[in-house]
Design a protein around this ligand. Structure first.
Ligand SMILES: Cc1cc2nc3c(=O)[nH]c(=O)nc-3n(C[C@H](O)[C@H](O)[C@H](O)COP(=O)(O)O)c2cc1C
Length: 403
């Protein structure tokens, strides 16, 4: 884990059972060559001793603003400036709420507010605390502020209950924070990503849509941004949030998505068209809500603009275009036909026949096909892990075409 060598890492520890895992986290960080400064909340000291964390980190764990015996104080601003990265693990529901609302009543919250470096947080709590709408809102806020969430996992919790809320294992946390120091291979590149479904209005209250959640496109947008690209995400209706690292344009229909793409495409080096755009929309949109008068109604549908074909047709020299295909039969042949007819550089094939793949879920299983019809099979994994594999291919293509 060379990426962490000589990096200054602040580790915040809150009061929760998972605080015992912080000891292992410190050990792994130190082993990777990082300089670690631990900051604990007072409650954290009920769960793990400062002595343990000080010994493992080779630095006194800090708890208070100042030492009552000498009056010496811990400068939160200096700590914030010293750090290359700040990870709070475990983050309690309580401290999370303080972060979300800008409260500053202890050293940890003061350092959080002062930190200029990337901030990662690994929540840990009982499943009902994690599910609570207040917690959900606070997580969304922290992500919107640009902090990175290290998702808790599913399993047996300290309470004996089984569910989501376990802090990610220290090895996973190390892997995720190391990503922050990876080479910004797409720095200076402008990337357009489309994601989510489109809704095609039938009348003022009804639409034709599809089951796309937007999760794959959002994961790609985040991964591309983490590689240093300047990302514009054009999104159909979803309930997902994005980090502050990208520009986001929200649209509803295929026509709106096309108009937004037209604006962004001229300055894009890389285009990733992941949205599930409707192929047809109602020929006419009723001005009033359709009444339930007849037993049967017919809605005449007309083709929408083929956004990806238009983008491919006007492809600039060196531009890299990536498309997606969701097929239900003869998948590879259909995907290759789409790759060629739309002038794409890569096509990512999802098959609805694969369990755990495609719309809605958090996992995907894809085949990446390039212009030489070379196929790379990506096994079932989280959408963010699949996004990393796809981005690896995109980076390789960029270095070939030198965009
Ligand atoms: C045995 C025990 C276990 C707890 N586990 C958690 C936990 O896993 N996550 C959490 O958010 N709070 C947990 N709490 C509650 C927090 O300790 C409490 O909200 C505390 O005020 C957090 O303080 P801090 O955010 O300043 O560290 C636990 C409390 C007790 C007594």
């Amino acid at each position: 884990m060379d990426m962490l060598k000589d990096k200054n890492i602040l580790l915040g520890v809150c009061g929760g059972i998972a605080a015992y895992k912080s000891a292992l986290l410190v050990r792994l960080l130190v082993k990777a060559g990082a300089h670690v400064q631990v900051i604990m909340t007072k409650d954290a000291t009920n769960f793990i001793t400062p002595l343990t964390l000080s010994t493992l980190s080779k630095k006194s764990a800090l708890i208070n603003y100042f030492k009552s015996d000498t009056g010496e104080w811990n400068n939160h601003v200096d700590l914030g400036l010293w750090a290359d990265l700040f990870i709070i693990a475990p983050l309690s529901a309580n401290t999370m709420a303080k972060f979300a609302h800008g409260l500053c009543d202890n050293l940890l919250t003061a350092v959080y507010l002062s930190a200029k470096c990337p901030v990662y947080f690994a929540p840990a709590m009982d499943l009902d605390m994690w599910k609570h709408p207040a917690t959900k809102q606070n997580v969304t806020k922290l992500v919107c502020f640009g902090n990175k969430l290290i998702e808790p996992t599913y399993g047996e919790l300290a309470s004996g209950l089984i569910g989501e809320g376990r802090m990610a294992e220290p090895e996973i946390i190390i892997e995720q924070i190391a990503e922050n120091f990876k080479k910004k291979t797409l720095s200076g590149k402008k990337v357009l990503v489309t994601a989510g479904p489109t809704y095609e209005a039938i009348d003022p209250v009804r639409f034709i849509g599809n089951y796309s959640s937007g999760k794959m496109g959002y994961a790609l947008a985040e991964e591309l941004a983490s590689l240093g690209a300047e990302v514009t995400l054009i999104s159909g209706p979803t309930s997902l949030s994005t980090s502050l690292q990208m520009e986001r344009i929200d649209v509803v229909s295929a026509d709106e998505m096309f108009a937004a793409v037209q604006k962004v495409i001229p300055q894009s080096d890389i285009v990733v068209m992941c949205a599930a755009v409707a192929d047809y929309h109602p020929k006419e949109v009723a001005r009033e809500k359709l009444k339930k008068d007849s037993d049967e109604i017919n809605i005449s549908l007309v083709k929408t603009i083929d956004i990806i074909a238009t983008v491919g047709k006007h492809k600039k020299k060196g531009q890299v275009i990536v498309g997606f295909a969701l097929e239900t039969s003869d998948e590879e042949a259909h995907a290759i036909k789409k790759l060629e007819s739309k002038n794409l550089d890569l096509i990512i094939l999802n098959s609805l026949r694969d369990e755990g793949a495609g719309f809605k879920g958090d996992t995907n299983k894809v085949t990446i096909i390039d212009r030489n019809h070379h196929k790379e099979y990506i096994e079932l994994k989280s959408k963010s892990a699949v996004a990393k594999d796809i981005c690896r291919k995109i980076v390789a293509l960029c270095s070939l075409s030198r965009v």
